[in-house]
Design a protein around this ligand. Structure first.
Ligand code: NAD
Length: 484
């Protein structure tokens, strides 16, 4: 198990040094009923470092029998966990939060090795935010009567939670913390390319003394996920992932008693007006699309530039792109890491070809790309319009489609014209424009003069094909309670 010197990791000067001091197990089992157990399938799949193609660990593939076992453990645990004094539940959740903080460096290195994201992001965003979610919901556990006064509320039961690969530990925290704070128990499945930090979290949960069966972590791919979704003794499904799988899940639980929240895809519109602070906006636009290689559901993947400032904005974007550092995710100077998987790289390339075939004009940052691993340069598409596929569909990579607009009403119409409704950004010095846009943009989240800012106190989620329900803040509690 882990024998790393936590204080040393950041002192290593090279990526290799920090990697060499993270000890991973060769094989990971399933975490069910408070301990690691072998999968009944006896099958393992590889977790691959997307920057080097190295196999870093073998992960168990849970089958139907394993899911039965996990759901049974969660159901049994629910009987006592749901009745435990809320302040006692809070103590465990606080403990988990503190343990994540204590092992933050280890988590950050593993997250970047397993998923490809720059260590600066894992270290400064993913891991601290994951701990903050546990702290935040630990705080609510014994105050639910103040959150929902004059309303009787009860936990729902066993929550089946399925998460994607773009923010692995953070998504696990978003799901587990509010669920157990409200007295539910959990069967969580991480994405198959990034199971490791969820399994490290399982180690912490074991050490924390959390009663057995309250949190079960099972690994595997889509088939394992569908066993969770279709299990009759699960009471709530919380899914974050693609719109395609979200729709499938909605169909498959229709007619059952299961409650559902869906956090799905997006095609965020970033809108820059001629009165904006342009340099600040350009920095925000770069962050909005290139953060985490664009593997972000709320990425600002469409840019609308007011016509009068089009040339200057594009020039500044190109200039800023020239200084982005692409490379080893474990290097502290890296801005853009590896694409999470070969499949995702193929998807991005497919969209690039479609963009070109449909007449888009491409601009890419020049960079030398290693033969090993999955890499894609930051990319702009100009000369595109509303009907272009790359303007309508989620690419989930570092690709920005740029259009122009003249009036505020025109840009609102264009921004709202996709099947998605997750996020948007507005860059202007005029408060009146911000008020109008936040009201009229059909998105669950609208940022003004900033982008990609997350906080446990803020609800997050989408409209239209971007999802159902909200996570975070008080809304995140509602998703795990029944009201009488
Ligand atoms: P995905 O839908 O392919 O997979 C998500 C999870 O679902 C994985 O754990 C996967 O194993 C599982 N899964 C796959 N098929 C399943 C099935 N039939 N039944 C049950 N589970 C199944 O998505 P992805 O490629 O991992 O993630 C990228 C997508 O997630 C993007 O569309 C992105 O926008 C979305 N996302 C949304 C949010 C949000 O908060 N709205 C956050 C992060 C990612």
């Amino acid at each position: 198990m882990s024998n790393i010197d936590l204080n040393k990791i950041w002192n290593y000067t090279t990526a290799k040094e920090s990697k060499d001091h993270i000890l991973l197990k060769e094989k990971y089992d399933l975490f069910i009923n408070g301990k690691f157990v072998k999968s009944k399938s006896r099958k393992y799949f590889n977790s691959v470092n997307p920057a080097t193609d190295e196999i870093i660990a073998k992960i168990s593939e849970a089958n139907k029998e394993d899911i039965n076992f996990a759901v049974k453990a969660a159901n049994t645990a629910f009987k006592s966990w749901s009745k435990l004094k809320a302040k006692e539940r809070a103590k465990y959740i606080f403990r988990i939060a503190r343990m994540i903080q204590e092992r933050a460096k280890e988590f950050a290195v593993i997250e970047s090795m397993d998923g490809g994201k720059p260590i600066r992001e894992s270290r400064d965003i993913d891991i601290p935010l994951a701990a903050n979610h546990f702290f935040y919901y630990a705080g609510w556990a014994d105050k639910l009567e103040y959150a929902f006064p004059n309303t009787s509320h009860e936990p729902i039961g066993v929550a089946g939670q399925i998460i994607p690969w773009n923010f692995p530990l953070l998504m696990a925290a978003w799901k587990i913390a509010p669920a157990i704070a409200c007295g539910n128990t959990v069967v969580l499945k991480p994405a198959e390319t990034t199971s490791l930090t969820a399994l490290k979290l399982a180690e912490i949960i074991e050490e924390s003394g959390l009663p057995k069966g309250v949190v079960n972590i099972v690994t595997g791919g889509g088939k394992t996920g569908s066993e969770i979704v279709n299990h009759p003794n699960i009471d709530k499904i919380a899914f974050t992932g693609s719109t395609k799988v979200g729709k499938l899940i909605k169909r498959s639980i229709a007619g059952t008693h299961k409650k559902l929240t869906l956090e799905l895809g997006g095609k965020g519109a970033n809108i820059i007006f001629e009165d904006a602070a342009i340099d600040q906006a350009v920095e925000g636009i770069i962050n909005a699309i290139f953060f985490n290689q664009g593997h972000v559901c709320c990425a600002g993947s469409r840019l609308f530039v007011q016509e009068s400032i089009f040339e200057i904005v594009v020039e500044k974007l190109k200039d800023r792109m020239s200084s982005l550092i692409i490379g080893d995710p474990l290097d502290k100077n890296t801005d853009i890491g590896a694409i999470n998987s070969k499949e995702q790289l193929a998807t991005i390339k497919k969209y690039i070809n479609i963009g070109l075939e449909e007449g888009g004009e491409i601009y890419q940052k020049k960079c030398s790309i290693s033969e090993k691993g999955n890499w894609f340069p930051p990319t702009l598409f100009l000369n595109v319009s509303q009907s272009h596929t790359i303007v309508q569909e989620e690419i989930f990579g570092p690709v920005l489609a740029i259009q122009t607009f003249r009036t505020i009403d025109e840009v609102i119409e264009k921004a709202n014209n996709t099947p998605y409704g997750l996020s948007a950004g507005v860059w202007t010095e005029k408060g009146s424009k911000i008020f109008k846009l936040t009201k009229e943009l059909n998105a669950g989240v609208v940022w003004a003069n900033t982008y990609n800012k997350f906080d446990p106190t803020s609800p997050f989620g989408g409209v239209k094909e971007s999802g159902i329900g909200r996570e975070g803040g008080l809304h995140g509690l509602k998703a795990y309670l029944k009201f009488k």
